[in-house]
Every structure is written in C-alpha cells, then in structure tokens.
Design a protein. Sequence first.
Length: 325
Amino acid sequence: MAALGKTVRKIRKNKGLTLMDVADDQITASFLSKFERGLADMSTSRFLHLLDRIFTTPEEFFYIHYGTPTEKKTDTNGYYSRTAMLDRLFGKNLSLDSSADIQQTLTDLTRRERAAAAQYQAAPTLLNVLHWRIQQVMRRMVTRLEQQRPLTSLNNTGQYSAEAQNYLYNVSDWGEFELYVFTLFSLDMQVADERRLFKVAVKRSKKYSTFRGAPHLRFDMIANQLFLEMNRRAYPVAAEYLEQYKAALVADPNAEHEIMYRFVRAWWLYRTDQRETAATVGQGAIRLATALRMTDVAQYVQNELTQIATHGPAEDYTFFRLVIE
C-alpha cells in the first residue's frame, strides 16, 4: 500500500487538493497523511472511497500508478496492467513480417518452449503449464504459416490445449484473463470444444462493453471467431456468427468493427459465390473507412478483398488475424 499512497499524494497535489479537501467522516486528514507516507494501510472499500474523494476512477489511478506507455516503453493501448498480464502468460510479441522473421521466430519459440517446459517441470503450476503450452501452440501456428498452410483446421487434435480447456470449463465467471486464454488456445482446440467455449466467451464478454479499458473486447471475440471459421471454410457457421456480429453492432455501434463486419461479410459473399453483392459490400466498407479517415483500415480492406476476389480460399491463411488487446 505504501506505493499506492505515493500515487494518491501525486494525484491529490496535481489537482491542488489539500488533505482537508479530501478528508471526510470515513478518512481523516491525519489518517490520509499516514497512508500517503506508507505508515498506514486501508481496506479496499475505503481505498475506492478515497479515489472518489480525489475525483479519480480506479482505471485512471492504476494508469497513473503504473506509468504511461512511454514511461514503461510498451506499445499497446496504454493499459499497462493488461500488457503485463499478457506478457506474463504468453511472452513477448513475435514478428512474422518476412520469411527471415518467421525463421527467427521459430528459433525463438523453440528456445522459449524448452525454457517453459523446464520451468513447468521445476514448478508444475497452472500458470507455468499454460505458458509452456502456449509456446507450443504458437510454434505450431508459425510452422504452418512457414509451410503455407492454414493456421487452423476442422481436424485440430487439441494436443496442446487440454489444460487450458479444462481450466476454462471449470471457471464459473470468466474475466479478461480467461477470454485471452480462450482466444490463443482456440487455435489448437478440437472444433466442437472450441465452438462450445466460444458461446461462453461471448456471453462472458458482454459485460466488457461498458469497460473503458476493453471497449472492443466483445467485438474482437466475434471477429476472431469469424477469421477461424472462414479459414476452416466453415461458411454456414460463419454465416451464423455474422448475424451475431451484426446484432452486437446494432446494440452498441462501433465504427471500426462496422467496417470489419462489412469486410468479413464481403469475404463470406465471395466464398459463397455471390461476387456481385460481395463487391458492393466491400466497396461500402472501403468508403466508410475512407470517410472516417481510417486510411490504414481502408487500405487493408482494399488489399485483402482484391486478394480474395482473385485467389481461392486456399490462400486465405495469408491474411489470418487474431486480435489480442
């Protein structure tokens, strides 16, 4: 709590608030002074009350407490605690931008897998087994990419995802951690299990539509699943998920995911031999992205739809994506 007290003092002084400004019948000025100096602790409920007194949300407080992305040298969405959580489970990001990068990544993953296996053997904890298994999943994924094969298929064996799957089936209320575990291990799960757990994931992710730190999480879950099903060529299943995507956007409009929805729908239309409608829907996605000055997104949609229109489904793995925020 000592470090938290220092952050409280930093925020209080930045806002020009004195100890007396913050103090009330729950937190005296004397007690607050001790807390800020690391000489006293407080309960969680009292701490949340204190944040209210200094006009700071819990999310903002921990953003300040852990430091900005520049200070921590992260390159994600500024929510440092999520970055730390993902790094702890999955490890640092790996590059797949070129053939040379893929070769280096395979070398790195082999090293990481061996280290993770040794760590698990020394301490067989849940986190250690998940960390080990995810290195195996990623190595398999990158190997398939190197071999120019789809990253997932209808014949997945679930060889590396058994522990993660068992864990997810036994957690009664998923949090962000569980949603990310599902997303990464879904690449390896047997399809029936993966689709069953996806339904749980969508249900659990609904609450995050109001979380400032994860506003896209529910949409990302559905978009990820669509990329999986489209790469499996499971077009009837993808049609079902497109309807879920559309319904989610009606309930909670989101410009970026509206464009992604239109892109995937155009992709699906091309693959179900509805080329004229596909071209119309695809152009609509590009126009919308352009109107919103989302030039990178517009270019992505243009490039991939050109690929889709001129190549068969066997090439769809080349633009496979899985979003982890």
